[in-house]
Ligand binder design. Structure first.
Ligand code: AP5
Length: 227
């Protein structure tokens, strides 16, 4: 895909809506990096860095890591060479302050966000999905014991790594994550709608059907950037 200028895609949706699943497929299809703030925090925690240990306090409770820490971390990531053609943002921005910081950083380089797809899934469905989610410790491949189980229980089909359940996926923490989502992240729906970037998609359909609609939305945004 030739987009002329870098294509910035902001994936929106509640915890468990499928942002990571869809961002990963889109990343493979477009050759753009997936930048997931949650993955960066988890990688730091795995390596026991000060950032990881700080983030853990918030993640375990289902709350948000403070804006200043998160914004600095993501901006640093966006400055790396592999982001030069664009990026698929998954889990960032998550507050109006983060959205504003992102806009300002892009504006200072004469760039802007291309599209903000919103995956819509009912609360009860995401609670059920997250209860069944399993993630590979090695390659981060995603499974679900109900809808997309691995061939051998507890082992990754792709690399043989151990599958684990995220500490913040128990139903009580998920309810708090949903509460935090509605309070702090849902205002971004209005923000991107007002900027004419929002594309709502039903996320409660098979993964490949959602991906096809997402690709159409992204292709339209890329072609609007060129013309
Ligand atoms: P993060 O890792 O970003 O978690 P999240 O936003 O809560 O999103 P999830 O990863 O839980 O869900 P997802 O939408 O990616 O769904 P997935 O594709 O995995 O953040 C974790 C924590 O880090 C936060 O709580 C916060 O503390 C901190 N943090 C991160 N970013 C931050 C920020 N910017 N500011 C401050 N703090 C931040 O799918 C879920 C399951 O459903 C899987 O099992 C999957 O297989 C299945 N599934 C996916 N699609 C479908 C489908 N169409 N049909 C059926 N099942 C499906």
């Amino acid at each position: 895909m030739n987009v002329g200028q870098p294509l910035y895609i902001v994936m929106l949706g509640a915890p468990g809506a499928g942002k990571g699943t869809q961002a990963r497929l889109l990343s493979e299809a477009l050759g753009l990096p997936q930048v997931s703030s949650g993955d960066i925090f988890r990688e730091n925690l795995k390596n026991q860095t000060p950032l990881g240990l700080l983030a853990k306090q918030y993640m375990d409770a289902g709350g948000l890591v403070p804006d200043d820490v998160t914004i600095n971390m993501v901006m640093d990531r966006l400055g790396r060479p592999d982001c030069a053609r664009g990026v698929i943002l998954d889990g960032f921005p998550r507050t109006l302050a983060q959205a504003d910081a992102l806009d300002q950083a892009l504006q200072s380089r004469g760039q802007r966000i291309g599209v903000a797809p919103l995956l819509e899934v009912a609360d009860e469905a995401v609670i059920a999905r997250l209860a069944g989610r399993r993630v590979c410790r090695e390659c981060q491949a995603m499974y679900n014991i109900d809808s997309s189980p691995s061939q051998v229980e507890g082992k990754c089909d792709k690399c043989g790594g151990e599958l684990y359940r995220r500490a913040d996926d128990d139903p009580e923490t998920v309810r708090n994550r949903l509460f935090v989502y509605y309070k702090q992240t849902a205002p971004l729906i209005g923000y991107y709608y007002a900027h004419r970037l929002l594309v709502p998609l039903s996320g409660d359909r098979p993964v490949e059907v959602v991906q096809a609609d997402l690709r159409a939305a992204v292709d339209a945004a890329a072609s609007a950037q060129v013309h």
